[in-house]
Design a protein around this ligand. Structure first.
Ligand SMILES: NC(=O)c1ccc[n+]([C@@H]2O[C@H](COP(=O)([O-])OP(=O)(O)OC[C@H]3O[C@@H](n4cnc5c(N)ncnc54)[C@H](OP(=O)(O)O)[C@@H]3O)[C@@H](O)[C@H]2O)c1
Length: 363
């Protein structure tokens, strides 16, 4: 007999599964970050998350820890268990074989080979399945993966720091606009995204590193969008030591020249179709999606931000508003005509130290 449902316990254990998933965010592409918790008679027998690079999945890892105690237990899984043979056998089969009697699933997987089939397989095997516990949080955690499989490109988070009057360049060079607390949040995002992207203008002006400076964090891949190869090869982003490479995304005509110009071992050249503005941003995003990358943090200047918004590849804007009024300087977005104004579905605001973070999704 399946264990009796207990809505409060379901939420509590799903939250634990979500915590597991969150701990590996940014490390599991091309697969989603999933958490699995096995519970028997109210006690946790195992907790596990998807392994680095996406394999093994969370469910077989948790089942291995639970061993014989999985029989008759409830499995809490933040994302629908897979039902198809990919690089690993189906997780739904593993749950069935282990004798799981009840499964609580956070959200369904929109990936066509799975999409509801994992849950159907469990039900056919006589497992009691409940779907949708903490559904919104489970979806949001894997918004990158969901965007990639439904839109064939990564989720793009456009981050900018600005004064109250919308200027993104501090009058004194070297000065930060946003607070230490805001910058720490950005480092957390770098830690969770597959890649961070910026434009040639920002590399020339700021010489950023674009690494993750959190204790225990890991560097994302860095992508510099540079159509005419204006960025100097001695820029920090091309010279720093990092486990992740820096990619120069340039137009096809300049790819060979780029290979010679940026010959550092840790730099890769990506040739992308050109557009009137330089690199075709949509084509670039599609290529990043083909590589299995799910989430990109866009930290460009005003021109790259405008190009990405105009190309409709931005899924969320995150604007940090600092308590400063500059009165002059570069605006946050440069080059969108008023007739092409971007609307956001809603705007959420929260304080981060002395700053306000405004977030919203373009419609
Ligand atoms: N406060 C903040 O959050 C923040 C964040 C980042 C930067 N910034 C500031 O922004 C300033 C730089 O802004 P920016 O607008 O000059 O530089 P940017 O947006 O970082 O880079 C723009 C450059 O990228 C290249 N590019 C290639 N393809 C493109 C495309 N499709 N669309 C747009 N650009 C493309 C172009 O150079 P090529 O034609 O040569 O390829 C273009 O000039 C700096 O002063 C920096 O401090 C502020």
């Amino acid at each position: 007999m399946a264990p009796r449902p207990d809505p409060q316990a379901d939420v509590r254990f799903m939250r634990e599964a979500l915590e597991q998933a969150a701990s590996v965010l940014g490390r599991t592409s091309p697969n989603p970050a999933v958490g699995c918790v096995i519970v028997k008679q109210g006690r946790v027998m195992a907790r596990a998350a998807t392994a680095p690079n996406g394999r093994p999945h969370a469910e077989p890892r948790a089942l291995e820890i639970a061993g014989k105690y999985a029989a008759g237990a409830t499995a809490y899984v933040s994302f629908e268990p897979c039902s198809h043979f990919g690089q690993t056998p189906p997780c739904a089969d593993a749950l069935i074989a282990a004798g799981i009697k009840r499964a609580v699933v956070g959200c369904l997987d929109p990936y066509p080979p799975v999409r509801g089939r994992g849950v159907a397989k469990l039900r056919r095997a006589g497992i009691a399945v409940e779907v949708g516990v903490l559904e919104e949080e489970c979806r949001r955690l894997n918004e990158g993966f969901i965007t990639r499989v439904t839109r064939r490109r990564p989720f793009v988070l456009l981050k900018m720091a600005m004064s109250l009057d919308g200027r993104i360049v501090a009058p004194r060079s070297g000065g930060w606009i946003s607070s230490a607390q805001s910058r720490e949040l950005v480092h957390r995002w770098r830690n969770e995204c597959d890649a961070v992207m910026t434009g040639a203008g920002t590399v020339i002006a700021d010489n950023p590193r674009l690494t993750c400076r959190l204790k225990g964090g890991r560097d994302p891949v860095r992508i510099v969008v540079d159509a005419s190869l204006r960025t100097p090869p001695q820029a920090q982003v091309y010279r720093l030591r990092s486990a992740a490479p820096t990619i120069v995304a340039t137009i096809e005509d300049n790819a060979e020249r780029a290979k010679q110009r940026y010959s550092n071992r840790n730099v890769e050249i990506m040739a992308v179709r050109g557009s009137a503005e330089g690199v075709d941003i949509r084509a670039l995003m599609r290529e990043l999606g083909r590589r299995g990358w799910s989430k990109i943090l866009l930290e460009g200047g005003a021109h790259l931000a405008a190009a990405a918004l105009h190309a409709k590849v931005v899924d969320r804007v995150a604007f940090f508003i600092a308590p400063l009024i500059f009165g002059a300087g570069m605006p946050a977005v440069e080059g969108i005509r008023a007739s092409n104004a971007i609307a956001l579905a809603e705007l959420r605001a929260r304080p981060i130290g002395p700053d306000w973070l405004l977030e919203g999704e373009p419609v």
